[in-house]
Each structure stands twice: as C-alpha cells, then as structure tokens.
Design a protein around this ligand. Sequence first.
Ligand SMILES: [Zn+2]
Length: 336
Amino acid sequence: MIKERYSRFLPIDWVKRNFENLKDKKVLLIGAGALGSNIIDILIRGGIKNITVIDRDFVECSDLLTSPIYKEKDAQENIPKVYALKRNLEKIDKELNIETYFENFSSDFVKKFNFNNFNLIIDAVDNLETRFLINEVSFKGKIPWVHGACVSERGEVAFFKPWEGRCYRCLFPEIPKKGRLETCETHGINPVIAKIVASIQSDLIFKYLLNKKEYKGKIIYIDFSDNYSIKKFEIKRRENCALCVKEKFEFLDKKEEKLITFCSEKQVMLKLENFDMDEIEKKWRKEGVFSGNEYFISLRKENMEMRLFRDGKLFIKAEGINQKRVKSLISRYIGE
Ligand SMILES: [Zn+2]
C-alpha cells in the first residue's frame, strides 16, 4: 500500500533518497485558510504524517473558493476550521497524526506552547503582526520557517533561518498603518494564486525536509495580474534589523490584546473568565435566534452574532464592531 501510494512521487531521485525519513518529520502549520488548507492537502498526499495546525477562524461559504479541504457542510455548520480540517483530512490518510489548536497564535499562546521537535514552521497567516511573531519564534527556537502570502493576483514565498541573518524583518522593518495593506476582504483573491503560492511553499518544504535544498536568502514574487510572472530577488540584510541584528523580541514580549480583531474587521474575539454557560444559554434562548452544537452556542439578533465556546472564547460578529459596542453587548447578553 505504502509503496503504491507514493509510487508516482518516488521516481524523483531526491524524493526517493530520503523519503524513509519523511514520516518522522514534524511540521507546524499556522493558519488554515486559503494557503494553509492547500499546503496541508499537498503535504499529506506527499507523505508528511505529523502536522500540528493552529487557527482561530471558522469555515465560511467564501472559503469554498480557495480550499480543497472544506465542504459545504462545514460552511453550513460554520465550525472552526481546524475541526473541519481534522475530520476531512483523516479521510484522505488514516495514518495521519494531526494535532489541532483552535487558538489565536499570539505571544501568550507561544509562551505556553512546546515548540520542541518541530522541524519547520509554515506561515499561512493573513497578517504581518503574526508573521513578525513567527519570525521571532523561529529565531529563538532555531526552527526554520516558510513564508507565504497572497492577495488579489499576486503572492510571495520565502524560506527563512532568521538566526543566520536576512530575516523577514529585513524585508519589512515595521508594520504599515492600518488600512495601508491590501487584504483579501478588500482586494479579493484569485484561487489560482492561492494554489500557486501554496504549491511553491510546499515544494520548499519537501525540498528542505528531504535534504534537497535550503532555499535561503531569496524571495519569490508571483504576479498573474498581467503576465505570468515569477521573479526571484536577493534579500539583503538590514543593517539595523530589530531581530537578526539587534536581537529584540518585540512581538514575543508584547502582551496579548484583550480584544482580538480579525482581518475582515467584522469580527472580534475575547476570552471570558468565570462564566456560567448554562445560565448564558438560558438567557440567549429568550433573547433571539439561538442555536448550539457540540462546539459552541450562538445567539443571533439584529445583524449581530455572538458565539460562545466552552473554554470561554467569545466571538462577536457585527458590522463596524468596536470596543464600546463589545462592552455594551457583553453587559446586555452575558452579564457583568
Ligand atoms: Zn533581519
């Protein structure tokens, strides 16, 4: 079975040479959206068995455009991406050792998480701040990472060993002001670009894990908006780089915001402490449209949705949601 399963991959000489070792490699995937779900699909079909996935979002109808993993049912149930990922991937390979965390990859999370034994970190996130954090985690733990990003019809990919210099912060020294960056929400995404970026990332991952090549010091830019252009550029070390020169861990040292905002800016997340789920459920049943499943309870009312998980994660979805509105919604629907 095993031999037959990979019989079209093994004729490639560098794959064959070290393929036996691949089953012992362990990768950490951060983000299970357009990039993450395509990457994991390629990696597990190519023989990677041990994957840990961290993601904080739910499957929505719009994910069906880019993802080969999520099904209509997942979107209808609107369950966390990592749960849908796990149940669907195990149908592709039952020997898969997949561990999932429905969490925000933040400095607080990082402090409690054990990074030992990971051979590689994969960036499939949708924001710069998390990438800066990945860059620092990678530097500190000496775990290489593969960066990928895409929006509209453009994308980029790079492989980093930041402790050797030429890190991600040499490329982007600071986070641009809010609203200056294009997002999939404002500029859309061509599903082809998501697949191409994910494919190049996956190729770098296989080549690194199978000892073929470390593709360091270069960044690959893909632009399909006009021509089919794929270009590579040398990354130069920034003389005063905050991380690989000055060794400042600004993002690791940062305290997590109480209120976590999402790329779409229509959703926020916070963590409740000392709450009574049954009491809240009783309240919500009287307030509006109530629903619940094995993961969460939810309340819909006046273009707003609240969703509460057993561990205290509370998601609020509403147009133009802000701190003030969050406060008033909590005091009204949860209590002090
Ligand atoms: Zn640097």
